[in-house]
Write a protein that binds this ligand. Structure first.
Ligand code: NAD
Length: 289
């Protein structure tokens, strides 16, 4: 029997690549429900899976901020069960905190945090009743350590860590495994889709010159990190596959072979001061910027 997989946020990026890989599995081990907020964006996914058999892929509308749409998609699953739920949909928000509107802050929590949680909620009872299941969540190193000018993004991703870790403690008793796939920078539409305060934005006039100069440095750092160190979605998909294929999956997977040094520093030096100065040095005092 095929494993039934439902993935959120499949119109681009990691979600799209994962859907394509699983739907085109050479052994046809998966039936994939690739969901996306806006079905008008399904062309890209369809392009990528061209020529595939229809029996491994279905595309459904699902906006993770809309409970009705989650339940509607859930009820379209022909097999009436989901073996592997992948909560992947997410957005970014970047800029000095003093110019972020309450609306944009709410929005990021609604998509990244509540969106993930209410998606899990919708499938939880059935998974418990089945006595088995996998919940995979696209995590971020921004959920493990703070990043300047990403306060709300990190807050949303830290919150997911707490929610998932809490769930994992209980769900192991139901044979349901929760795993976070912790990604560093990945080449996707994330940077295009994120809400970013541009240096030319009029709102920045309210911000002090020193913060703006730090923000400029941060933006340079960010673009150089994405240019030089970003992983491809295929690399991330491999890690998802590891987690999916493991008989006893770990709670946390890192998408690079080693735990990133800064993440380690945060864990080994719990008083936090070393992490804070190391991160500041990396972002704000590089000579070549
Ligand atoms: P992406 O922008 O290409 O993909 C995000 C997807 O989420 C998009 O398809 C978008 O339409 C969808 N989405 C947004 N709001 C939604 C909603 N309300 N309902 C349903 N779908 C919605 O970027 P990506 O990099 O593929 O992002 C996927 C996940 O990976 C996100 O959770 C992101 O936070 C996380 N992540 C990305 C990076 C990176 O550098 N790209 C790093 C760490 C973690």
């Amino acid at each position: 029997d095929k494993k039934v997989v439902l993935i959120t946020g499949c119109s681009s990026g990691i979600g799209l690549s994962l859907a394509v890989r699983l739907a085109s599995d050479p052994d046809k081990r998966f039936k994939v429900y690739a969901t996306m907020r806006n079905l008008a964006k399904k062309e890209r996914l369809l392009e990528c899976v061209k020529g595939l058999h229809k029996d491994t892929l279905d595309i459904l509308q699902m906006d993770v901020t809309d409970r009705q749409s989650i339940l509607y998609a859930r009820d379209r699953v022909v097999e009436k069960r989901v073996d592997i739920l992948v909560c992947n949909a997410g957005v970014g928000l970047m800029g000095p905190l003093e110019v972020q509107s309450l609306d944009s802050m709410r929005r990021i929590l609604e998509v990244n945090l509540l969106g993930t949680i209410q998606t899990i909620q919708a499938f939880l009872s059935d998974m418990k009743a089945q006595g088995q299941g996998r919940i995979l969540v696209t995590g971020s190193t921004g959920g493990l350590h703070g990043l300047p000018f990403n306060e709300m993004y990190c807050a949303s991703k830290f919150a997911i860590e707490g929610a998932c870790e809490s769930l994992a403690v209980l769900l192991q008793h139901f044979n349901i495994h929760v795993s976070l796939i912790e990604c560093g920078p990945v080449n996707t539409d994330f940077l295009v889709n994120l809400q970013k305060v541009e240096l030319e934005d009029a709102t920045l006039q309210q911000v002090d010159a020193q913060t703006i100069s730090f923000y400029e440095k941060y933006l340079q750092h960010c673009s150089s990190v994405f240019q030089n160190a970003a992983q491809d979605t295929e690399d991330i998909v491999k890690v998802f596959l590891d987690a999916i294929q493991s008989p006893s999956p770990a709670f946390r997977y890192f998408t690079t072979s080693v735990v990133p040094p800064l993440t380690k520093l945060k864990m080994t030096e719990p008083d936090g001061s070393q992490y804070i100065s190391a991160m500041s040095k990396i972002i704000f005092s590089a000579e070549d910027q």
